[in-house]
Design a protein around this ligand. Structure first.
Ligand code: SF4
Ligand code: SF4
Length: 432
């Protein structure tokens, strides 16, 4: 694509990066067919190609964001299906990230939208606040339907609907400390505790720690770690996201110095995609660029790391698992076969639902801020999953679990919970 940025504009490294990305797009439109919002809404401006044009026009003309651009960028799930499809290698992720920061800096959102986003940014990344908010949501749940009928209050209704009816107790797995390897040590890793996941489903990191320590890997949960920054990053709140990234870089490299780390294990693929991008996010910070790149290189999804441990083939368990590949797993991190191979080795029959490339509609805060589109995508996803007639659903991202569980009665678990069970751990409570 031809671009017309001035030399002065290109002196801004963010604009220079976006210009390079824009130039790679050849307008072919292949990406539209796999874009969930285009497939759902049928509007070119809600397709990757349409959004690329909007972003190009806004940046090239040095214009503040307007309501039209904001509408169509807000509708983007950042699912990155377009990057998997694109034959030209257009790095849409960094382009839309830049557009979101530009929107945040130049556009004043309507009051209720601003309030909702401020609440989400102030609550979700902090487990203590999030737990309190979920308890309060239990009281507000009867009003969810009422709130959803008032357009500006719809996101609050969606939040109440998504809040689980009961909350698990706070788990030791989220507390800083070292979990020693059982038997001779063959590795040492740090585990990301996360923000929402330990509140909603501490079983995931508990299963990870049990499995890894049984396999001879020491697991450390470092003190001082914060939310990976993904939630605010996708809202365009770059200062908050970079601050979180810097803190985590310091914490993890501190652990590297103390005892060495083979990997930073991440059990939520949404967080994994962001941490693997820390090197890019902090590339312009001379004090952190190299350190962040080192951290990104150490970041591994738990299934990626497990695949290096050569787990033995287990006997068939007589259970069929529909594997839902989170967008951040398949498109963000390009991890497609590894979780399924591990599940098959663990003795499960694995099925791939149709339209596996399409997002379930969770996408961070999307199911709160864009609840109508999200509900359509969820219904489509659940229909495809149920068509495989599985006993269970497995996935590698807490956001997808929270979303899909509200649409089906089939139990949904994190892949690592099934692997822990298959290799000597306890049966997941949900299946007992
Ligand atoms: S990230 Fe997903 S929703 Fe956004 S343009 Fe790409 S395919 Fe469409
Ligand atoms: S598939 Fe790639 S090159 Fe083609 S329109 Fe989409 S982003 Fe541009």
């Amino acid at each position: 694509m031809q671009t017309n940025f001035t030399a002065e504009q290109l002196a801004d490294p963010h604009v220079a990066t976006s210009e390079k990305i824009l130039r790679k797009c050849v307008h072919c439109g292949f990406c539209t067919a796999t874009c969930p919002t285009y497939v759902t809404l049928g509007n070119e401006l809600d397709s990757p190609r349409g959004r690329i044009y909007l972003i190009k026009d806004m940046l090239e003309n040095g214009r503040p964001a307007d309501a039209e651009v904001v509408t169509h960028i807000d509708r983007c799930l950042s699912c990155l299906a377009c990057t998997t499809t694109c034959p030209s290698g257009v790095d849409y992720m960094h382009l839309v990230d830049h557009a979101r920061v530009h929107i945040e800096e130049t556009y004043k959102r309507p009051f209720w939208n601003r309030l909702t986003r401020n609440v989400l940014a102030a609550v979700l990344p902090y487990p203590g606040r999030f737990r309190l908010a979920l308890k309060a949501a239990a009281l507000g749940r009867p009003f969810a339907g009422l709130l959803k009928r008032v357009k500006v209050l719809e996101p609050f209704g969606a939040m109440l609907e998504l809040a689980p009816r009961t909350l698990p107790k706070a788990s030791d797995s989220a507390r800083p400390g070292t979990h020693p390897a059982a038997g001779p040590r063959r590795g040492r890793v740090a585990i990301l505790s996360g923000c929402a996941q330990p509140v909603l489903k501490p079983e995931i990191n508990e299963a990870t720690i049990r499995l890894l320590t049984r396999l001879g890997v020491e697991v450390v949960a470092p003190a001082g770690e914060v939310c990976c920054g993904s939630l605010v990053h996708h809202m365009g709140r770059e200062a908050q996201a970079l601050e979180a990234a810097r803190r985590n870089v310091d914490v993890w490299l501190g652990e590297v110095e103390k005892g060495g780390l083979d990997a930073i294990i991440i059990t939520a693929s949404g967080c994994g995609t962001t941490i693997k991008d820390y090197g890019f996010m902090l590339r312009l910070d001379p004090a952190y660029a190299d350190k962040a790149a080192r951290v990104s290189a150490l970041a591994k999804d738990v299934t990626e790391y497990l695949s290096t441990l050569d787990l033995p083939q287990q006997e068939a368990r007589g259970l069929t698992v529909a594997y839902h590949s989170a967008c951040s797993m398949q498109h963000g991190q390009k991890i497609t076969m590894v979780p399924k191979t591990l599940l098959k080795k663990a003795g499960f029959v694995v099925r791939d639902p149709a339209e596996g490339h399409l997002c379930c509609g969770s996408a961070g805060t999307y199911n709160i801020l864009q609840s109508e589109i999200s509900a359509k995508l969820k219904a489509r996803k659940v229909k495809n999953i149920e068509a495989t007639k599985p006993d269970l659903i497995a996935t590698g991202n807490i956001g997808c679990i929270t979303q899909i569980v509200t649409g089906t009665a089939i139990p949904i678990l994190h892949t690592v919970e099934l692997l822990d069970w298959a290799y000597g751990g306890k049966k997941p409570a949900m299946l007992s």
